[in-house]
Design a protein around this ligand. Structure first.
Ligand code: ADP
Ligand code: MG
Length: 575
């Protein structure tokens, strides 16, 4: 929690105002029982209507001050806490944006979402409650005790019996509730995770009829959260009765002993009423303070979870004088690259070396899980290598400014991702200031112009969230167009032709050929026909490079390649 305090700094003035207003309203509140006892003692008892009216008027005035101060301080504390929440959310968001993929793997998407939303809400609420209620409590407690003492020192001793009892009761309840409130956030994380998986995987779940399984999984997470929340609420529910019992017993004691005092004439009736009211205020204030025990652990746990995000130093960062421009163009070279995923036992890539040349196509083939996507993800520096180096245009990727490096690359991921918006907008992701002509040109190369033109709104057609309203192949072609429109020096296609039919596949590659005369093209593919005519083919097998060369060379000397080819082509085609 402490680490977040600097973000409250801009609100210092407002917080100060809240403190002053709270002080004013408490003082006004504390004066009311005193007025009341005076009215009873000197007004009602002596039938002095003038006194009743004037003191009553004064009482109304003080009540009004208290109300106005409370309203303004409520308004200000809402402003402070909401502004604080907004600031925290943007801090977390900006931090997450700096994360490299290892950090995303580490936290998990669901947890990052809970942290940015619910965890921050917890803290925001705590600040609000703190400013509006908890801050008030000590002032009421001290002021109330002083006022009660002034009325009757003797009778006030009763408070010193009942307050310790109340404190003990609160401590017991807090002790029970604290661990529960702490564990709530983790359980909420779990609910979010299951819910998220259910929503994104709805097609698979329906297709495999695993709704029951998913339902059970969700029920379980939900039950877990509910049980904990209910346990906590049940414990908290004890607080009010405990308070009421102590409060009422104290009142009884006050009235009882007070009656004796009134009888012997050492106290007035109004004083007893005032005392009862003071005791109520004091005990209420202790209950308010006890809220801190219940709210703080949850807010602190949330703060801890947010700090984990903000404290994480992204593993991939720009160097002090990162390189932005280069003289060479369109070259990628791997030198003895070995790479292991964080927390993985074995390297996903082992001792990979090869080089591409401008205008040439390099293809990567291998069974699933052999490390093709991994290899490609190292070029935009999504991860850093364990050993060896990757050179882009002759310079190590770690020396580059990340933006400058990625600006060189047109990347088409294995899982085509489009954003909610329009078709044109999605292609424009590749180049902000692309003209309509550039966009059309790029989508012609990507063989997507035809199906776009068939749509009613053409380039302004909607893409729904998750791009569910276009087919897999259309999605692939749109994300290829997005890469082409930026006219990069390095084209990377991660299995991006898998959903295209043979004809479209070869048309696309032929059209692309004209565009990539000075660029490096790296194509990952499953189909031999897609890569057969590449200038060099790299064969991967469990992270090792088991062959490199042209189609014909590899047929001669690479068994793994031969196997892949013979499983796909007839012997006639192989010749
Ligand atoms: P391919 O693209 O050839 O099918 P990948 O490069 O995706 O294979 O995966 C290579 C290996 O690395 C696989 O064994 C996979 O389990 C592992 N792997 C892939 N992504 C991650 C990740 N984010 N964290 C840990 N291991 C991963
Ligand atoms: Mg892959």
């Amino acid at each position: 929690m402490k680490k977040m305090l600097p973000h409250l700094k801009p609100y210092l003035l407002q917080i100060l105002a809240v403190v002053v207003l709270v002080f004013v309203s408490v003082i006004a509140d504390l004066s009311l029982p005193n007025f009341l006892s005076n009215i009873i003692n000197y007004g009602v008892a002596e039938g002095n209507t003038g006194y009743i009216l004037s003191t009553g008027g004064l009482m109304l005035f003080f009540a009004l001050i208290s109300i106005v101060a409370t309203i303004i301080s409520g308004f200000l504390s809402a402003k402070v806490s909401m502004g604080f929440g907004k600031k925290l959310r943007s801090v977390v968001f900006n931090q997450v944006e700096k994360f490299s993929l290892s950090e995303f793997d580490q936290f998990g998407t669901a947890s990052l979402i809970t942290r940015t939303t619910n965890d921050i809400t917890q803290i925001q609420q705590f600040v609000m409650i703190f400013l509006r209620i908890i801050l008030m409590a000590p002032i009421i407690a001290i002021g109330g005790i002083l006022m009660a003492y002034r009325k009757s020192p003797q009778m006030s001793n009763i408070i010193f019996v009942s307050i310790p009892i109340l404190i003990i009761l609160i401590m017991i309840i807090a002790k029970l509730a604290m661990p529960l409130s702490k564990s709530m956030q983790k359980k909420l994380d779990r609910v979010n995770l299951v819910m998220r998986e259910k929503l994104t995987g709805i097609r698979v779940i329906r297709a495999f009829n695993t709704e029951d399984h998913e339902k059970e999984r969700f029920e379980q997470a939900n039950r877990d959260l509910t049980t904990t929340a209910m346990k906590m609420q049940r414990t908290m529910a004890l607080l009010m009765p405990a308070l009421m019992v102590t409060l009422n017993l104290t009142t009884v004691a006050l009235v009882w002993l007070g009656a004796v005092q009134v009888n012997i004439g050492s106290m007035m009736v109004g004083d007893i009423i005032a005392l009862v009211q003071y005791v109520m205020q004091i005990m209420m204030s202790f209950t308010m303070m006890s809220m801190i025990f219940i709210m703080y652990p949850r807010a602190a746990a949330s703060a801890e979870r947010i700090n984990q995000v903000t404290d994480t130093v992204p593993t991939i960062q720009n160097k002090a004088n990162a390189i932005c421009g280069t003289t060479l163009k369109g070259q990628v070279e791997f030198r003895n690259v070995t790479f292991t995923y964080p927390h993985a036992e074995q390297p996903a890539l082992h001792d990979i070396s090869f080089a591409t040349h401008p205008g040439e196509t390099t293809a990567i083939i291998g069974s699933t899980g052999s490390g093709k996507s991994t290899l490609i993800n190292l070029i935009p520096r999504f991860y850093d290598v364990d050993s060896g180096s990757i050179l882009v245009d002759g310079i190590d990727v770690r020396e580059y400014d990340q933006q400058a490096l990625r600006a060189k690359i047109g990347y088409v991921p294995q899982k085509a991702t489009l954003f909610k918006g329009t078709i044109g907008g999605n292609i424009r992701y590749g180049k902000n200031d692309a003209t309509d002509e550039e966009i059309e040109y790029a989508s012609k190369i990507a063989q997507s112009n035809d199906f776009i033109m068939e749509k009613e709104h053409r380039y302004d057609s909607d893409i729904s969230q998750g791009a569910t309203n276009v087919s897999g192949g259309q999605k692939q072609r749109l994300s290829i167009a997005r890469a082409i429109v930026r006219r990069p020096e390095i084209y990377i296609f991660d299995d991006s032709f898998s959903a295209l039919d043979f004809k479209t596949d070869s048309q696309l590659r032929a059209a692309l050929k004209n565009e990539t005369k000075n660029a490096a093209v790296i194509i990952v593919a499953q189909r031999v026909s897609t890569i057969m005519d590449a200038d060099q083919i790299i064969v991967l097998d469990s992270g090792e490079m088991v062959g490199i060369g042209t189609h014909h060379e590899l047929l001669e000397n690479c068994d793994v390649y031969k196997e892949i080819v013979s499983s796909q082509l007839s012997s006639e085609e192989m010749q």
